[in-house]
Design a protein. Structure first.
Length: 133
Protein backbone atom coordinates (compact mmCIF):
# COMPACT_ATOMS: atom_id res chain seq x y z
CA UNK A 1 0.00 0.00 0.00
CA UNK A 2 1.26 3.44 -0.87
CA UNK A 3 0.70 6.13 1.70
CA UNK A 4 1.26 9.84 1.43
CA UNK A 5 2.37 12.21 4.14
CA UNK A 6 2.62 15.83 3.00
CA UNK A 7 4.44 16.72 6.22
CA UNK A 8 7.05 14.09 5.39
CA UNK A 9 8.29 15.72 2.18
CA UNK A 10 11.69 17.23 2.95
CA UNK A 11 13.67 19.39 0.56
CA UNK A 12 16.66 19.83 2.87
CA UNK A 13 18.56 17.81 5.47
CA UNK A 14 17.47 20.28 8.15
CA UNK A 15 13.77 19.93 7.27
CA UNK A 16 14.03 16.14 7.42
CA UNK A 17 15.85 16.14 10.75
CA UNK A 18 13.46 18.64 12.35
CA UNK A 19 10.38 16.79 11.10
CA UNK A 20 11.74 13.45 12.30
CA UNK A 21 12.52 14.73 15.79
CA UNK A 22 9.13 16.48 15.98
CA UNK A 23 7.28 13.29 14.97
CA UNK A 24 9.22 11.26 17.54
CA UNK A 25 8.54 13.73 20.37
CA UNK A 26 4.86 14.08 19.44
CA UNK A 27 4.42 10.30 19.20
CA UNK A 28 3.49 10.48 15.50
CA UNK A 29 5.34 7.29 14.70
CA UNK A 30 3.46 6.59 11.47
CA UNK A 31 4.69 9.93 10.07
CA UNK A 32 8.20 9.28 11.37
CA UNK A 33 8.35 5.94 9.61
CA UNK A 34 7.08 7.48 6.36
CA UNK A 35 10.30 9.49 6.47
CA UNK A 36 12.54 6.47 7.00
CA UNK A 37 15.34 5.92 4.52
CA UNK A 38 15.33 2.45 3.02
CA UNK A 39 18.55 0.65 3.97
CA UNK A 40 20.67 -0.53 1.06
CA UNK A 41 20.33 -4.16 0.07
CA UNK A 42 16.81 -4.92 1.30
CA UNK A 43 13.63 -5.41 -0.67
CA UNK A 44 10.56 -3.20 -0.37
CA UNK A 45 8.79 -6.03 1.47
CA UNK A 46 11.64 -6.32 4.00
CA UNK A 47 11.66 -2.54 4.42
CA UNK A 48 7.92 -2.42 5.11
CA UNK A 49 8.26 -5.30 7.58
CA UNK A 50 11.06 -3.48 9.44
CA UNK A 51 8.95 -0.30 9.59
CA UNK A 52 5.96 -2.23 11.00
CA UNK A 53 8.20 -3.86 13.60
CA UNK A 54 9.70 -0.51 14.66
CA UNK A 55 6.22 1.07 14.78
CA UNK A 56 5.02 -1.64 17.18
CA UNK A 57 8.14 -1.22 19.32
CA UNK A 58 7.76 2.57 19.47
CA UNK A 59 4.07 2.32 20.39
CA UNK A 60 4.69 -0.29 23.09
CA UNK A 61 7.48 1.74 24.67
CA UNK A 62 6.00 5.21 24.34
CA UNK A 63 5.90 5.65 28.13
CA UNK A 64 9.56 4.65 28.38
CA UNK A 65 10.72 6.88 25.55
CA UNK A 66 14.31 8.07 25.57
CA UNK A 67 15.21 10.62 28.23
CA UNK A 68 15.50 13.66 25.95
CA UNK A 69 12.07 12.99 24.40
CA UNK A 70 10.56 12.47 27.87
CA UNK A 71 12.13 15.73 29.09
CA UNK A 72 10.67 17.69 26.17
CA UNK A 73 7.23 16.22 26.85
CA UNK A 74 7.51 17.01 30.59
CA UNK A 75 8.53 20.60 29.85
CA UNK A 76 5.47 21.51 27.82
CA UNK A 77 6.42 20.16 24.42
CA UNK A 78 8.15 21.84 21.49
CA UNK A 79 8.16 25.60 21.20
CA UNK A 80 10.98 25.78 18.65
CA UNK A 81 13.67 23.61 17.10
CA UNK A 82 17.03 25.16 16.37
CA UNK A 83 19.18 23.99 13.47
CA UNK A 84 21.12 27.15 12.64
CA UNK A 85 23.78 27.09 15.34
CA UNK A 86 27.31 25.86 14.54
CA UNK A 87 26.65 22.75 16.65
CA UNK A 88 23.46 21.87 14.79
CA UNK A 89 24.31 22.80 11.21
CA UNK A 90 23.97 20.05 8.64
CA UNK A 91 27.28 18.37 7.86
CA UNK A 92 27.48 16.34 4.67
CA UNK A 93 29.19 13.00 5.21
CA UNK A 94 29.82 11.94 1.61
CA UNK A 95 31.24 13.59 -1.51
CA UNK A 96 27.98 13.64 -3.49
CA UNK A 97 26.18 15.36 -0.57
CA UNK A 98 23.37 12.82 -0.29
CA UNK A 99 24.05 11.97 3.36
CA UNK A 100 24.22 14.39 6.28
CA UNK A 101 24.28 14.53 10.07
CA UNK A 102 23.22 17.20 12.53
CA UNK A 103 22.20 17.85 16.09
CA UNK A 104 18.79 19.36 16.84
CA UNK A 105 18.24 21.63 19.84
CA UNK A 106 14.67 21.75 21.16
CA UNK A 107 13.34 24.79 23.01
CA UNK A 108 10.42 23.74 25.20
CA UNK A 109 7.34 25.83 25.95
CA UNK A 110 8.64 26.46 29.49
CA UNK A 111 11.92 27.86 28.07
CA UNK A 112 14.17 24.87 28.79
CA UNK A 113 16.56 23.86 26.02
CA UNK A 114 17.13 20.17 25.42
CA UNK A 115 19.48 18.41 23.06
CA UNK A 116 17.06 16.70 20.69
CA UNK A 117 19.66 14.27 19.53
CA UNK A 118 21.99 13.50 16.72
CA UNK A 119 20.13 12.85 13.46
CA UNK A 120 21.38 11.18 10.28
CA UNK A 121 19.57 11.85 7.01
CA UNK A 122 19.93 10.52 3.49
CA UNK A 123 18.62 11.70 0.14
CA UNK A 124 16.60 9.02 -1.66
CA UNK A 125 14.51 9.55 -4.79
CA UNK A 126 14.96 13.33 -4.53
CA UNK A 127 13.75 13.58 -0.91
CA UNK A 128 15.63 13.73 2.38
CA UNK A 129 14.82 10.79 4.66
CA UNK A 130 15.72 9.89 8.25
CA UNK A 131 18.17 7.02 8.79
CA UNK A 132 16.44 5.03 11.56
CA UNK A 133 16.43 1.43 10.30
Amino acid sequence: AISFCSFCMSDSPQQAAVAGVRFLIEGKYDNLLEMAARPDGITNEEFEAKKRELFRLLQSRDDECCSSVARVRQNGGINEMITNTPESMSVFTNDDQTEAEMNIVVVCHNGDTIDGGYVKVKKQNGEWKIVIL
